[in-house]
Design a protein around this ligand. Structure first.
Ligand code: PRP
Ligand code: URA
Ligand code: MG
Length: 218
């Protein structure tokens, strides 16, 4: 795997490994509050890592005792996510980038026997993206088709100056698709897994993130 523009949180031993392990573990997954909170924590940790790469400028602030210099973000990023599984991870990002504006996309995989995977995109509400730093968070980067379709839809609202894609778990196939379709994107992962199965689920993965967070879809 080519490592340029790719960051993987669990390559460094840290508490992040516990959060991802709990997300995957069938003995913990029944606790949907913990599942959502662990996705939120991964969003928080990736937001912090991304924040180290953004542009900062010097600013003056006044304490009760004196004036002092500090570094502050030159511009706030825009946070985007894909409903519904993206919501907890998005919340984690928003906990850290607490002044950011947001973009929401409603997109989902239509998983039918013997037909090619389709992505339905039915909703897009966006702030202006022109010249913005865009962070697009979705927990599962499987084929990458939901992310690419959502990003292309968002471009109607302006061309970002930087694109960051954040996922809790990704497949090599998904990374390849993003690199082909959005070569300018920096990719931030919780973990990189082995492959996709015949239903385009990530293996070992964690199963269906949306269902585990919010209940089975009918
Ligand atoms: O990389 P892809 O092959 O496109 O798959 C990834 C998509 O699948 C999941 O959403 P899903 O379609 O299950 O919708 P949901 O959030 O309503 O569960 C996930 O949150 C991604 O958006
Ligand atoms: O493995 C996968 C693939 C798509 N969506 C999920 O929630 N999990
Ligand atoms: Mg789902």
């Amino acid at each position: 795997m080519e490592r340029s523009n790719l960051y993987i949180l669990t390559e460094t031993p840290s508490l992040a490994n516990h959060y991802i392990a709990e997300l995957r573990d069938i003995h913990v997954q029944g606790d949907s509050l913990r599942f959502r909170r662990n996705l939120e924590r991964v969003g928080e940790l990736l937001a912090y890592e991304i924040s180290k790469t953004l542009p900062y400028e010097t600013a003056q602030i006044k304490t009760p005792l004196a004036e002092t210099e500090t570094l502050l973000l030159t511009n706030q990023p825009v946070l985007a996510t894909i409903l519904r599984a993206g919501l907890p991870m998005y919340q984690g990002m928003l906990n850290y980038f607490d002044k950011a504006y947001s973009t929401f996309v409603g997109a989902y995989r239509v998983e039918e026997e013997n037909t090619e995977l389709q992505i339905n995109m039915e909703y897009l509400a966006s702030t202006d993206l022109h010249d913005k730093i865009l962070i697009l968070a979705d927990p599962m980067l499987a084929t990458g088709r939901s992310l690419v379709k959502s990003y292309k839809g968002m471009l109607r609202h302006g061309k970002p100056v930087q694109v960051h894609i954040a996922a809790a778990i990704a497949s090599p196939e998904g990374i390849a698709h993003i690199r082909q379709e959005i070569p300018e994107a920096m990719i931030w992962l919780g973990a990189l897994d082995n492959h996709l199965n015949e239903k385009s689920y990530i293996v070992p993965g964690l199963g269906d993130a949306g269902d585990l967070a919010f209940g089975p879809k009918i």
